[in-house]
Write a protein that binds this ligand. Structure first.
Ligand code: IPE
Ligand code: IPE
Ligand code: MG
Length: 260
């Protein structure tokens, strides 16, 4: 893997983000507004996932990371948690064939030991089946927390040091290779639907220089057009990575010439 870090080296930037990370929020409120049970919003949320994955693949986005279940979401009522687990199983059973047919590689990151053996097996099988696909890498963050990720990477570095019998070389490079998303570049664009403007323990380390985009649209209503707007907003940003405006290469592409 080629190691890149936005705090070590200025990354190359294109008008279409290479990596988009999304907090898919607002399912419950979408349903409540329609006098439906909250879980109906989660079911519709899966449809929005399908739409956005297809749109990203079409637009040439290389990595899409979706926050599906946070390490704090276990605090929800048991019924809702069980529903989400069942939905996860159904989605894995139904969607993986289609992902594979479309050249999409699936990865699941998070503390997976907390899930049922059945879910863990489905994840392993799906990851193996799609491992060689190169069109788009879709990562589902499940029982994921940014702090968990930083802690587990630190633990692995410490274990390496114990085994080697001397202190580990601690650098950004050695640390980030143990993060759950070590195979992906840092996100260029972060999107949160549902109106809240917070990170909620998502990719804490990786978002050092990510562009942030917040929309009031509830996740089940987020579609290709909404994604296009987020990407257009991203294309207008000036990513300076610490430098001044005058030091940047002139922008060659504007939002009108975007592929999506
Ligand atoms: C996001 O929607 C989905 C998950 C966290 C699993 P929410 O369920 O948080 O919806 P709101 O924020 O309550 O509307
Ligand atoms: C963040 O949404 C987690 C996911 C979308 C999976 P939450 O709805 O759990 O976030 P908070 O609790 O409002 O911060
Ligand atoms: Mg929420």
């Amino acid at each position: 893997m080629t190691y890149t870090s936005s705090t070590v080296r200025v990354p190359d930037v294109a008008a279409v983000p290479r990596h988009i990370a999304i907090i898919m929020d607002g399912n419950g409120r979408w349903a409540t507004q329609r006098r439906l049970p909250r879980v109906a919003g989660h079911t519709r949320g899966v449809e929005a996932v399908r739409t956005v994955v297809e749109a990203c693949a079409r637009c040439g986005v290389e990595y899409l990371t979706l926050f599906a279940f946070s390490s704090e979401n276990w605090r929800r009522p048991n019924d809702e948690v069980s529903f989400l687990m069942r939905l996860f199983v159904t989605a894995l059973e139904r969607e993986v064939g289609k992902l594979h047919a479309n050249g999409i590689r699936l990865r699941v990151v998070g503390d997976l030991a907390m899930f049922d053996k059945r879910i863990q097996d489905l994840i392993k099988r799906a990851e193996t089946k799609t491992a060689r696909n190169t069109r788009l890498t879709l990562t589902i963050a499940a029982n994921y927390g940014g702090r968990w990720d930083i802690m587990q990477a630190s633990r692995k570095l410490a274990e390496e040091a114990v085994q080697a019998g001397h202190a580990a070389e601690i650098s950004e490079a050695s640390f980030t290779q143990h993060l759950a998303l070590a195979y992906a570049p840092e996100p260029d664009l972060f999107i949160r639907t549902g109106g809240e403007q917070r990170i909620s323990n998502f990719l804490l380390w990786q978002m050092a220089y990510t562009e942030l985009y917040f929309t009031d649209i509830f996740w089940p209503d987020f579609d290709g057009a909404a994604l296009g707007q987020a990407i257009a907003s991203y294309a207008e940003r000036e990513r300076r990575f610490g430098r001044t405006s005058a030091q940047l290469e002139p922008q060659v592409q504007n939002a009108d010439s975007l592929p999506c």
